[in-house]
Design a protein around this ligand. Structure first.
Ligand code: WQD
Length: 374
């Protein structure tokens, strides 16, 4: 029995999480550890902070090693696998993810998101890592004609470079997995066929209920919920609602907002699905959304109810790259992964707000301790 199969049989599963210091990455690491996995992270912290792993340790009691590596550099990436021959699975989050930014700087997104994926897949192939979970996105659907979307809904032209990198990323994973099944394929020392799962997230929001970790946007937040909470706490004087003339209930865009902890747990379930060989094909796709769509203005109202704070916003022009309306049919993930989103919209807003309040509290403590030093 190959070494990796032996480790899997002993339930000694070491998982490499790339982008492990990111918002979804760190929440997923916490969920993996709480479900018995050993985890290492690879994150160059270009858009994240390693301190988030201290929060993971506070939550789980386990410290997590982070390899501060640019995954676009192959030699640095392969070193992780040489040092960890007992990796049995990879969850690949590492990517830039702002729709708005990708429209302004597409080449940055193609270079970073695709090169890092290709290097990780090269290593998975060469080291015979059998289980691969790819962080994909509902943006692969573009502007869908019919909603809710199922995993079989057509992928229309991506509305942004970010969405295009996810469409291409899925194709790269699919082709790599198929080639690893091909008998003519040069099999690595440990003859393993890569089995992959593509998880299409809708809009991840909220924070860990402990308020020990949450979203940490760098600079002015592009995404709706951090823009709301930073406006509510006074970091931003006023936020814009990008477009109120769309063909939706109230003219603002419609999305399927899903708690980050529900997204995180889906990764644990997806890995177990692969480890237990329940997968029906070697590259399966799952939508991760609640199955409910809400408009921007409805989210603002929900936040105001959950926080008790009246939000200061104005109705602005459309943002290029925005999809008009999308939400998920999540039946497949529920049926095959046994996934059941458990956080309500109210809890999504409440945990996001609690996290923003905690950040302000920490900032006050940090500033007062600095003041004492001066
Ligand atoms: C949502 C709506 C904005 C900010 C995200 C992630 C992407 C992917 C899909 C996972 C839009 C409006 C926003 C603001 C606003 N998720 N908005 N004022 O664009 O759907 O993409 O989900 O992979 O990674 O970025 O999310 O939060 O940026 O925008 O009116 O200040 O909120 O126009 O209609 P988006 P978002």
């Amino acid at each position: 029995m190959a070494m990796r199969e032996f480790l899997v049989s002993l339930h000694m599963n070491k998982i490499l999480v790339t982008g492990g210091c990111g918002y979804i990455g760190a929440h997923t690491i916490a969920d993996l550890i709480e479900n018995g996995f050993e985890v290492i992270s690879a994150d160059n912290n270009s858009r994240s902070n390693e301190n988030i792993l201290e929060a993971v340790e506070k939550i789980t009691g386990k410290s997590v090693k982070n390899y501060k590596v640019d995954l676009c550099i192959y030699d640095d990436t392969v070193a992780i696998f040489q040092e960890n021959p007992d990796i049995t699975g990879i969850i690949h989050f590492a990517a830039y993810k702002s729709v708005g930014e990708s429209v302004k700087n597409p080449l940055l997104y193609f270079e970073n998101n695709l090169n890092s994926l290709i290097n990780i897949l090269k290593c998975a192939d060469e080291f015979g890592i059998p289980n691969f979970v790819f962080s994909s996105s509902c943006t692969v659907y573009g502007n869908p004609d019919i909603i809710p979307v199922t995993e079989e809904s057509p992928m229309k032209a991506a509305e942004s470079a970010y969405g295009a990198t996810k469409q291409m990323g899925e194709q790269i994973v699919r082709e790599t997995v198929n080639s690893s099944q091909n008998p003519a394929h040069k099999a690595p020392a440990v003859v393993k066929n890569i089995q992959a799962i593509l998880l299409r997230y809708f809009n991840p929001v909220g924070a860990h209920p402990s308020a020990l970790m949450g979203e940490l946007p760098l600079g002015k937040p592009e995404n709706l919920v951090p823009a709301i909470t930073q406006t509510a706490i006074g970091k931003i004087p006023m936020m814009q609602v990008w477009g109120t003339d769309y063909d939706t209930r109230d003219g603002s865009c419609l999305r399927d907002y899903i708690h980050v902890c529900d997204i995180a747990h889906a990764h644990t379930l997806a890995l177990n699905y692969l480890l237990q060989h329940k997968n029906e094909s070697n590259c399966e796709i799952f939508n991760l959304g609640t199955g409910n769509g809400y408009t921007v203005l409805e989210i603002i109202k929900e936040f105001e109810n959950a926080s008790g704070v009246k939000l200061n916003y104005q109705l602005g022009p459309r943002r290029s790259g925005d999809v008009i309306a999308i939400y998920a049919n999540n039946d497949k993930a529920k049926k095959l992964l046994g996934w059941q989103p458990k956080y309500s919209l109210q809890q999504m807003m409440a945990t996001a707000w609690k996290w923003e309040l905690k950040l302000k509290e920490d900032e006050k403590i940090f500033n007062s301790s600095n003041a004492d030093l001066n």
